[in-house]
Write a protein that binds this ligand. Structure first.
Ligand SMILES: Cc1cc2nc3c(=O)[nH]c(=O)nc-3n(C[C@H](O)[C@H](O)[C@H](O)COP(=O)(O)OP(=O)(O)OC[C@H]3O[C@@H](n4cnc5c(N)ncnc54)[C@H](O)[C@@H]3O)c2cc1C
Length: 475
C-alpha cells in the first residue's frame, strides 16, 4: 500500500499504530516530544547513578496478554521477561501476607477456605484467556465471539467489587480482591470495579505479571527496533504544536488525549465533535515515589519478597475507604499504595547489593497535596524500618508526571476516567475516528483504555486501513 502516515507520540499505542501501518506498506514517521521514546513505558536514572527506575509502567500482564504485542518478535530485539515466584503479595496487620500464586491450583490451596470460590471465579477466564483478551482489549462488540463467557464478564461488569467480595469468607481474600479491583480507580461499591478485579486476577494466573529485564524501556526499545526494521523512523524531541505542521501526510494518528487533540487540531474538527471531546472526563491522578534502597524492603511478612508487586493498604474496608475519598475529591488519609520491587528479581536495576522500589497512590486529579508522609507511613506499617533503607527518593506529583509525559493529564495514568459511559464510548461514539477523515486517535483515551497492550494503536490503525480497503475485516 502506498501513502504517508505520521504518528504523534511514541508511547506503546503510538508505536503499535506505527507498526501496523508500516506492516501494511505505508511510509511512517513518528514524532515524539520527549528525548526518549516510550511515553509512560520508559526507564530512567531518576535517583542515583546506576539505579534504573520505571517512570510509568512497571508490571506487564497486558504486554504478554496482548494479542498484538504477543504476535511481534520482540524477543529478537532483546526483550526478556522475568516472573517473580508469585505475581502479588498483600501484607496484613497481623504480620502475614496473602499471596496470589501464579498457578490457579496453587492459589486455590494457598487461599484456604476461599480457595474453591477463587478458582470458580477465575477459571473460566483463565482457561479461555486468549479468547477473552481479544474481546476485552477491543471495542465493545454487540455480538461477541464467546457470548457465554462475555456474558459472565458482563455480569461482573455491572457488579461492584464490594458485592463480589461478599462471596469470600475470609477477610484476607476480600483484601486481596480489593487490591486488584482498586486498579480501576473506581469506588469499590461502583459498577465495573468487580470486572477490573476479576480480569486482573485472571491475568495473574493465565499470563503472569512479568517485569521486563532492564525495565519497561526494554519494551519501548524493542518496539522501536521492530519499527526501524519495517523502515519507519521515530523522531524524538519533536513536540507537535499544531496539526497544520503535518498537512503533507495522508493519515495522522494521535497518541494523545482529547484535551490535547482539541488544542492541536481544533479548527480541523467539527464543532459537534469538539463539544463531545470537551465533555470527556479525566480520572483521578497518581502521586508517585521512586526509591533507591540500601537493602530489600524489610517486610514483616518475609513472603512479600517472593512477589514483584505488593499491594499495601490493609483490609477491603480500608482500601475501599481510601479509594472512595479519592473519588470524592479528597486525598486518602491511609492511601492504597501499589508498590513494585523489581531489583529483587532483575539485577540490572541497581548496583550490586542495592535495590529500587516504585510506589504510587491514587489522588484527586491534579491534586497538589504532598502525600509522601502518608504513602511512606503505609509502607512502614507493613515494613517497619523502611525509611532507614532509603538512600534517595524522587517524588512525582501529578503535575510532575504530566511535565514528563503530556498525556498524563492531572496525573491520570489511564488516559481518562473509566466510568460506564467512557467504558462504552471512548472518547466518543466514533472511538478511534474523528470528525476529520484523515485524523485518528490511538491513545489510551480510546478502547480498551489504559495499560501497556498497544491495542488502542493496533485497533485505530486497523480501522483506518479497513476504511482504505487494504485489509479484510478481522475481529
Ligand atoms: C506511574 C504509572 C504507572 C503505571 N503502571 C502501569 C503498569 O504497571 N502496567 C501497565 O500496563 N500500565 C501501567 N501504566 C499505564 C501505561 O503506562 C499507559 O496506559 C500507557 O503507557 C499508555 O500508552 P499510550 O501510548 O496511550 O500513552 P503514553 O505512554 O502516555 O505515550 C504518549 C506519548 O505521546 C507523547 N506526546 C504527547 N503529546 C505530544 C505532542 N504534542 N507531540 C509529540 N509527542 C507527544 C508523550 O511524550 C508520550 O511519549 C502506568 C502509568 C504510569 C504513569
Amino acid at each position: 500500500m502506498s501513502g504517508k502516515a505520521c504518528v504523534i507520540g511514541a508511547g506503546p499505542n503510538g508505536l503499535a499504530a506505527a507498526i501496523v501501518l508500516a506492516q501494511a506498506g505505508l511510509q511512517v514517521e513518528v514524532f515524539e516530544a520527549e528525548p526518549i521514546p516510550g511515553g509512560a513505558a520508559r526507564t530512567l536514572e531518576l535517583t542515583l547513578p546506576g539505579f534504573l527506575h520505571d517512570f510509568g509502567s512497571a508490571v506487564h500482564p497486558w504486554v504478554v496478554g496482548s494479542p498484538f504485542f504477543s504476535s511481534l518478535p520482540l524477543q529478537d530485539y532483546g526483550l526478556q521477561w522475568i516472573h517473580s515466584p508469585a505475581p502479588l503479595a498483600h501484607p496484613l496487620d497481623d504480620g502475614t501476607a496473602v499471596m496470589l500464586e501464579r498457578d490457579l491450583r496453587d492459589a486455590e490451596a494457598a487461599l484456604g477456605g476461599d480457595g474453591k470460590a477463587w478458582r470458580q471465579l477465575m477459571s473460566p477466564f483463565v482457561e479461555h484467556w486468549s479468547d477473552i483478551a481479544a474481546e476485552v482489549l477491543a471495542p465493545i462488540h454487540l455480538l461477541p465471539h464467546r457470548p457465554f463467557l462475555m456474558a459472565r464478564l458482563g455480569w461482573h461488569a455491572v457488579t461492584s467489587a464490594k458485592s463480589l467480595a461478599s462471596r469470600f469468607r475470609l477477610e484476607r481474600t476480600r483484601a486481596l480482591f480489593a487490591g486488584l479491583a482498586a486498579h480501576s480507580f473506581l469506588r469499590l461499591d461502583e459498577t465495573l470495579s468487580a470486572a477490573f478485579g476479576v480480569l486482573l486476577g485472571a491475568t495473574a494466573h493465565s499470563v503472569g505479571w512479568p517485569i521486563p529485564r532492564g525495565g519497561s524501556q526494554s519494551i519501548a526499545n524493542a518496539l522501536c527496533s521492530h519499527l526501524a526494521k519495517l523502515g519507519a523512523a521515530v523522531n524524538t524531541s519533536m513536540r507537535v504544536e499544531n496539526l497544520s505542521e503535518l498537512s503533507h501526510y495522508d493519515l495522522t494518528f494521535c497518541d494523545i488525549t482529547p484535551r490535547q487533540l482539541l488544542r492541536l487540531a481544533g479548527p480541523r474538527l467539527s464543532p459537534s465533535y469538539q463539544r463531545r471531546l470537551e465533555r470527556y472526563r479525566y480520572g483521578p491522578g497518581v502521586f508517585k515515589v521512586d526509591y533507591a534502597l540500601a537493602s530489600p524492603i524489610p517486610w514483616k511478612a518475609a513472603e512479600c519478597l517472593r512477589a514483584a508487586t505488593v499491594h499495601v493498604g490493609g483490609t477491603f474496608e480500608q482500601i475501599a475507604e481510601g479509594e472512595a475519598a479519592v473519588c470524592s475529591g479528597r486525598p486518602a488519609d491511609r492511601p492504597f499504595v501499589l508498590l513494585a520491587q523489581p531489583s529483587l528479581f532483575d539485577s540490572t536495576r541497581a548496583p550490586a547489593g542495592k535495590h529500587t522500589a516504585w510506589a504510587y497512590c491514587h489522588v484527586p486529579n491534579a491534586s497538589k497535596v504532598d502525600m509522601l508522609g502518608r504513602l511512606e507511613d503505609q509502607i512502614e506499617r507493613f515494613a517497619p524500618g523502611f525509611r532507614d533503607c532509603v538512600l534517595a527518593r524522587r517524588v512525582f506529583s501529578p503535575a510532575d508526571l504530566e511535565s514528563m509525559d503530556a498525556n498524563l493529564v492531572g496525573g491520570d495514568i489511564g488516559g481518562g476516567a473509566m466510568n460506564f459511559g467512557q467504558f462504552l464510548f471512548r472518547p466518543t461514539w466514533r472511538q478511534y475516528a474523528t470528525s476529520a477523515k484523515d485524523i485518528y486517535l490511538c491513545s489510551s483515551s480510546t478502547p480498551p483504555g489504559g495499560g501497556v497492550h498497544g491495542m488502542c494503536g493496533y485497533n485505530a490503525a486497523r480501522m483506518a486501513l479497513t476504511r482504505l480497503g487494504s485489509v479484510t475485516r478481522r475481529a
